[in-house]
Design a protein. Structure first.
Length: 151
């Protein structure tokens, strides 16, 4: 994937192992409790994701190279839709202090572009009610209902 120029000079590119300890875990901490994951464990997870071949973990980097935003695109293969592909945009997170600068928008647009490049016929995401307007401005529309079963 070619690095994309984001808003205010942020670069959006695929995550590298060095990003884990350079802002990526901190950024994801804005989204959810990281439950004490270490940098080494984070790098192992990233390696596993790359090996699986269906994940694209994208990061937005500031001028000093540290990570200020992240999202993951998961490309699902289907038998229906003649073997079509669906892009799942997951875990959009912007580092505390960097909100409202277009980082989230750049990441979602890059994930949608990557999904298009991989032949996906649609992109889907789950979000809380308060973000329906945000994703609506990025071209998404309300569709179906998210369901969950905790295991
Ligand atoms: C929500 C989040 C992804 C937005 O990213 P961001 O980089 O701060 O937002 P952007 O700069 O792309 O967009 C800013 C615009 O969106 C608007 N916006 C922000 N939150 C919004 C919301 N909940 N609903 C509607 N619009 C919203 C802002 O008002 C701003 O509007 P403007 O361009 O007219 O000034 C980010 O703040 C974040 O990581 N929050 C915590 C984690 C989270 O909730 N992730 C979403 C999981 S689905």
């Amino acid at each position: 994937m070619k690095p994309a120029a984001g808003a205010e000079g942020f670069e959006v590119r695929e995550a590298r192992p060095a990003d884990i300890a350079n802002g990526l875990l901190e950024t994801l901490g804005h989204l959810s409790d990281l439950e004490g994951i270490t940098a080494a464990e984070g790098r192992a997870v990233l390696r596993e994701m790359k090996r699986a071949g269906i994940y694209r973990l994208l990061v937005a980097c500031s001028k000093d190279g540290s990570v200020v935003g992240a999202t993951t695109l998961l490309v699902e293969r289907k038998l229906i839709h003649r073997g079509g592909r669906v892009g799942h945009v997951e875990d959009v997170a912007v580092r505390v202090g960097f909100e409202g600068k277009g980082v989230g928008r750049s990441l979602v647009e890059a994930a949608v572009e990557a999904a298009r490049d991989q032949g996906c016929y649609k992109c889907v995401l789950d979000c809380r009610e308060g973000l329906v307007g945000y994703y609506g401005r990025l071209g998404f529309r309300r569709h179906d209902v998210g369901m969950r079963l905790d295991l």
